[in-house]
Design a protein around this ligand. Structure first.
Ligand SMILES: Cc1cc2nc3c(=O)[nH]c(=O)nc-3n(C[C@H](O)[C@H](O)[C@H](O)COP(=O)(O)OP(=O)(O)OC[C@H]3O[C@@H](n4cnc5c(N)ncnc54)[C@H](O)[C@@H]3O)c2cc1C
Length: 508
């Protein structure tokens, strides 16, 4: 540390708002802030050397969205391509948003945040970051912290502690750290895992590999469809302008998803039959679903893996893909052995086993000198936390496009900041109300509702929740889009400068 230069907080490093991360959430949030609070100064700190977050990190073959870009794109920037987009196309879209709105001049790349501390003496956050270009510590202060750092560790993917990994003589790699220089032409490739990543890499590998095998612990639901949106095509054909196409197609997709989500709960078996019918369009009438494509959970309890043009199933039907549904017993010299004793040989083994959860970027936080444990907090609608002033967390949707919530929370934060200005307040907290005194405090994730493994593994790192709408994170875009815009900022759950808002939500 001795050789490092420490730049202390100065006027130049104080901002009204500090946004953490230049992924799709951070860039969208900056846009809303500029539009709705043009008088606020802001900076985005990003540890990478460029923007994009998820879409910059992942470089495995075929990397693409699994949501359509009409809803994964921002509401303010029309999407004009095919609904499912490659990482490259998403980065181009984000680059245009940055360029068109002069967001770039606000981003400090190569700044890894190491520490955030709140002081109630001056109602400010102090944010310490290491600048990669010279290793110096940079100190920023801000009035409001807008956390857009995503939800997983970008550097260390989740690899289970499998037996015998050191014995394996081929190439083992996790998809998250895939190196595009790896040549898999003519090779035997084993993909461990199912879900969206596996669904993406398998067809890409199948194009030139000798053979692809998927070893999955349990099957996943897939939604097969052409990569086009009929309504968008029709609207364009009759000369409708792109902003209108974007707005109408978003509305249509959101409506269809809402209907689908409800049907997944009320008639999961019928939905599964329909998903199977879509698969058969690509893989033939005789395609066998048992045992490898019959999941044990309800459709939509985990993200439904999109499969454009049924490509995974085509690979299976063409004999290019073999599936094992089993657990992995041990790695061997030449591949793996399953718990049932099957030997799978592979030149390359690709783990598509998911993420390590990273809560708030694993950044140590403190409030008035006391280390903050997020598990001691109760979340307010999955965005603010009891005991943590002037901070908002962007955690998007899993069942709907993540970005829908970025736009929605963008409006919320800007309303909140403008409201604080009207009140002349410099601090906002959320706090349980008298009526919440006996509310049960529960694990953040409602397992019945949504239960991806990487969240279930680390529940003790996450905030907690109550059982009332204000204190739940319901992951339901369709109810939140009605509720969040109507939040009464003078409701009892908000404290400004330590005082309850003047009127209660009931009196409002
Ligand atoms: C392969 C893949 C495909 C996906 N496809 C979809 C999809 O189709 N639809 C969908 O809705 N969701 C999808 N998701 C979920 C996806 O992660 C989100 O939709 C979205 O891209 C997350 O954006 P974000 O900006 O919130 O976070 P990220 O993309 O994770 O970006 C966070 C940024 O914060 C930076 N950061 C983190 N910690 C620090 C720190 N300490 N200091 C400074 N900077 C920091 C990171 O470097 C990163 O750039 C996908 C996820 C993956 C991994």
């Amino acid at each position: 540390m001795a050789a490092q230069q420490v730049q202390h907080a100065s006027q130049g490093n104080h901002f009204d708002v500090l946004i953490v991360g230049a992924g799709i959430s951070g860039v969208g949030s900056a846009y809303h802030l500029q539009q709705q609070c043009p008088q606020k100064s802001y900076v985005i700190l990003e540890m990478k050397d460029t923007f994009g977050g998820t879409w910059e990190t992942h470089k495995y073959p075929g990397v693409r969205s699994d949501s359509d870009l009409y809803t994964f794109g921002y509401r303010f920037k029309p999407w004009v391509g095919a609904p499912i987009a490659s990482a490259e196309e998403i980065l181009k879209y984000m680059g245009e948003v940055i360029e068109e709105n002069d967001i770039g001049s606000h981003i400090r790349y190569g700044h890894r945040i190491n520490d955030c501390s709140w002081s109630s003496d001056d109602n400010r956050w102090t944010v310490r970051a290491t600048r990669s270009s010279d290793g110096s510590e940079q100190v920023f202060t801000c009035n409001f912290l807008w956390m857009c750092q995503g939800y997983y560790d970008h550097e260390k993917p989740y690899v289970p502690d499998w037996k015998g990994m050191d014995d394996y003589e081929g190439l083992f790699i996790h998809a998250q750290v895939w190196d595009p220089n790896i040549d898999y032409t003519g090779k035997k490739v084993l993909v461990i895992g199912s879900g969206a990543t596996a669904a993406t890499v398998i067809p890409a590998f199948a194009e030139t590999a000798e053979h692809v095998t998927m070893l999955q612990r349990s099957p996943t639901y897939f939604f097969c469809s052409e990569n086009r949106n009929e309504l968008a095509d029709q609207l364009r054909e009759i000369g409708i302008d792109e902003p209108t196409v974007h707005r109408v197609v978003r509305a249509q997709i959101n409506h269809d998803h809402d209907v689908m989500q409800k049907r997944c709960i009320t008639e999961p078996d019928v939905v599964f039959e329909e998903l199977k019918a879509l698969v058969r369009q690509y893989a033939g009438e005789d395609f066998e679903f048992e045992p490898h494509f019959t999941p044990k959970y309800r459709p939509w309890q985990q993200r439904l893996a999109f499969c454009p043009e049924g490509d995974v199933f085509k690979a299976a039907a063409d004999g290019k893909l073999t599936v094992y549904t089993d657990t992995l017993d041990t790695f061997t010299k030449t591949g793996v052995r399953t718990s049932s004793g099957d030997e799978i040989e592979a030149d390359i083994i690709v783990a598509a086993t998911g993420f390590n959860l990273s809560v708030m970027g694993d950044i140590p936080f403190s409030v008035d000198g006391k280390a903050l444990d997020w598990h001691d907090t109760v979340n307010y609608r999955g965005m603010m936390f009891t005991g943590v002033p002037n901070l908002l967390w962007v955690f998007g949707y899993f069942r709907a496009s993540w970005t829908l919530r970025v736009d929605m929370l963008g409006d919320f934060v800007c309303n909140l900041l403008n409201h604080m200005d009207e009140l002349g307040a410099t601090r906002v907290d959320v706090a349980l109300r008298d009526e919440d005194a006996d509310m049960p405090i529960l694990p953040w994730i409602e397992e019945e509702n949504f239960n991806p493994n990487y969240l279930m593994r680390d529940l003790d790192k996450l905030p907690q929740r109550g059982d009332k709408p204000e204190w739940r994170h319901n992951q339901d875009y369709w109810s939140e889009r009605e509720e969040i815009p109507l939040i009464d900022l003078d409701g009892e759950e908000f404290l400004y400068d330590g005082k309850r808002a003047k009127r209660s939500s009931k009196a409002a």
